[in-house]
Design a protein around this ligand. Structure first.
Ligand code: ADP
Ligand code: ADP
Length: 238
């Protein structure tokens, strides 16, 4: 199949709240898919199901089928920590750890044992910062705290942190909502570059942003996926 992510008949409940109603979708590799819809329609909830982050919410119950490369991610043998490296996540509010820029990016690579020595770790940190478009701004201040950077730099640092563990999918939950217009434009440009190497799913409340960054758009309303298709078709008046 040409899908990277395949979801079938997904239901999500928080206690008695039925937040996702029978959602099925195929998400293509090396593309940007935007989830849009009004506040409370379930887009963040569904996004968080794609790396089982919703399991960390005690009241959440997920049913249905979600596969990545044909593999059921809800199989009990799947290690959620490894899954969340393969399917990384970037949040609305940039959330660098209270550590140096270097250690922020090295964090996951250390946990997952991706480097055999300091030189290899240095390479992972440098190439991840490069891919996140942050190397020039960061290279002379790797020992400074990540939290000291500007908001836009912090968000690109969080993207570098996700990239450092060699993910295949990057999930972004309103990654530009806390950023100014210049920083937003930089992150949007970056998303377009990342598409070559990753499968990207971005939640946004902005149709303009969906039109700028995505190839496909999925419209949610009251927990239902009401429309999914090529972004250019969805945003073009007939
Ligand atoms: P969106 O991202 O589109 O704003 P959400 O996925 O955040 O929508 O919310 C979908 C529905 O699930 C809403 O009714 C919301 O109140 C509910 N919900 C979201 N997160 C939680 C949670 N942690 N506990 C209980 N209900 C939640
Ligand atoms: P530390 O205690 O190592 O300084 P934090 O307190 O900042 O780290 O984060 C605690 C845990 O929360 C981390 O071990 C990490 O697994 C998780 N975490 C926080 N933010 C993220 C994120 N953006 N992506 C993935 N995991 C995160």
């Amino acid at each position: 199949s040409q899908s990277k992510i395949s979801a079938g008949n997904v239901q999500v409940y928080y206690g008695d709240t039925h937040a996702i109603k029978d959602v099925s979708i195929e998400i293509r590799p090396q593309s940007v898919t935007a989830f849009i819809g009004p506040s409370g329609c379930g887009k963040s909830t569904f996004l968080r199901c794609l790396n089982r982050m919703n399991d960390t919410i005690a009241s959440s119950r997920v049913e249905g089928r979600i596969e990545i490369d044909g593999e059921n991610i809800y199989d009990p043998r799947v290690d959620p920590v490894r899954l969340r490296a393969k399917v990384g996540m970037v949040f609305q509010k940039p959330n660098p750890f209270p550590k140096s820029i270097y250690d922020n990016v090295a964090y996951g690579a250390r946990i997952h044992g991706l480097a055999r020595n300091k030189a290899e770790l240095d390479d992972i940190v440098a190439s991840s910062l490069q891919k996140a478009g942050l190397w020039e701004e960061a290279k002379d201040r790797l020992d400074e705290p990540g939290t000291g950077m500007s908001g836009g730099q912090q968000q690109r640092l969080c993207i570098a942190r996700a990239i450092a563990v060699s993910p295949e999918v990057i999930l972004m939950d309103e990654p530009c909502s806390a950023l100014d217009p210049i920083a937003t434009a930089k992150v949007e440009e970056l998303i377009d570059e990342l598409r070559e190497n990753f499968t990207i799913v971005i939640v946004t409340h902005s149709m303009q942003q969906a039109a700028r960054v995505s190839q496909r758009t999925a419209f949610f309303h009251l927990g239902v996926l009401v429309e999914e298709g090529l972004t250019q078709d969805i945003f073009t008046n007939p």
